[in-house]
Design a protein around this ligand. Structure first.
Ligand code: AMP
Length: 395
């Protein structure tokens, strides 16, 4: 068992907290504050206990100097101030005298946010490649490290793995604790019937997820671009739909081994190019030459909705179609609706595009849990160890 924030005495200590404030921003305005709000319980706990809160987060990718402007964390520190109803100081430096002075001047319960950890990536990718010296330096700024960045836990970066490796005391925060609890509930103790809904672009991204879930679920409903590799493996015509030829053999093996578990679309909304054209629905499973499948058809939606009526546990990852196009959102919307319209279902969305779709529909509170980490939750479902959590001290 990992140490948690509740196992520690925080009073008067300099607490380094890694959160994941990698939120979508457009023209300086935060588009979704879900991740920020999800970090508040941990930050508030440290404030209430009289610790000094020193916040680390990344935002976007920093490849050149221009990226620094659009991925500046300052606007997020202002938003955090609002949520906490308390001044959040900001350090534009990620290392050096000024930062150290700011930390040394902190009083109990003060909050200081440090500029985007990935600014350090301009320095030979020091953050993203877990530069040893950087991890050691950041660790030297505090006495305790709390990792609460689930969205980054599958990465071995200086600001999570590096700090943990070089500090005396480390623990996980409430957000990570909750994510693990929810995922374990589904993966280890699911009420049956247990159904997975897997969509998104590629089979290759989710092959291990499908493999691991096939051992646990009663059925997997497949949608999105990945459905076409499975359909081609069965010998159907898929026109110009997205396909991964290298994965057809694997798809065939899955279909042979788990024939009754894997459910594939039986009709499709198609278009003659990758564009928001008017929806055209196929009669059956085959897609005519010159067309590509961009969403589930009506018969498939009905079939999937029917299967979802008798379910007790659901895990969903990946949209059922190209939700970026308004005319090809329907499959994803109907799936989301049929999940939230049922009583007594434990439902988890594994972050990413399916989470964005559910939130856009106003269903944020209607799922049992929406993960704050797309990549991290996928790796967890694959059965992999997340290095950012693994490195935290045990109780
Ligand atoms: P993922 O990140 O793997 O969950 O995939 C999300 C992406 O899958 C989105 O950008 C969708 O546009 C894309 N996608 C979903 N359905 C299809 C499809 N039928 N053809 C091509 N791309 C798709």
């Amino acid at each position: 068992m990992k140490k948690t924030i509740d196992d520690l005495n925080l009073k008067g200590k300099k607490i380094l907290v890694r959160v994941d404030f990698n939120v979508p921003i457009k023209n300086g305005i935060v588009q979704s504050d879900k991740r920020i709000k999800a970090s508040l319980p941990t930050i508030k706990k440290i404030i209430n206990d009289g610790g000094k809160v020193i916040i680390f987060s990344h935002l976007g990718r920093i490849i050149n100097k221009e990226d620094k402007i659009k991925n500046n964390l300052k606007p997020i520190s202002i938003l955090l101030s609002k949520f906490l109803n308390k001044k959040v100081k900001f350090s534009n430096e990620t290392r050096g005298n000024n930062l150290e002075k700011k930390i040394n001047n902190m009083k109990n319960s003060d909050v200081l946010m440090i500029q985007n950890t990935r600014y350090e990536d301009l320095n030979n990718k020091a953050e993203s490649e877990n530069n040893l010296e950087l991890g050691k330096y950041w660790a030297s700024l505090g006495e305790i490290f709390i990792n609460d960045a689930f969205g980054t836990a599958h990465r071995k970066h200086a600001s999570n793995f590096g700090i943990s490796s070089n500090i005396k005391i480390s623990a996980i925060g409430y957000l990570i604790q909750n994510e693990i609890k929810m995922l374990n509930k589904v993966l280890n103790f699911p009420k049956k019937p247990f159904i997975a809904i897997i969509g998104g672009a590629k089979v290759s991204d989710k092959i291990l997820v499908i493999q691991n879930l096939l051992k646990k679920v009663d059925k997997i409903l497949i949608g999105g671009g990945m459905a076409y590799t499975f359909l081609k493996a069965q010998g159907y015509q898929i026109g110009n739909s997205l396909v991964e030829e290298d994965y057809i053999e694997i798809a065939k093996k899955f279909l042979i081994k788990s024939k009754d578990k894997i459910i594939l679309p039986i009709d499709h909304a198609i278009s003659n190019k990758f564009f928001n054209n008017k929806r055209k629905i196929t009669k059956g499973i085959d897609i005519p030459k010159g067309y590509m499948g961009l969403d589930l058809g009506k018969k498939t939606i009905d079939l999937y909705q029917k299967i979802l009526q008798e379910v007790k546990t659901i895990i969903w990852n990946g949209p059922m179609g190209v939700t970026e196009f308004n005319n090809f959102k329907e499959g994803t919307i109907f799936i989301a609706k049929s999940i939230v319209n049922q009583n007594n279902v434990f439902s988890i969305i594994g972050g990413g595009d399916s989470a964005a779709a559910a939130i856009e529909l106003g269903f944020e509170d209607k799922f049992s849990h929406i993960s704050t980490g797309g990549g991290a939750s996928l790796q967890y479902i694959e059965g992999k160890i997340l290095p950012g959590i693994e490195i935290i001290q045990n109780k």
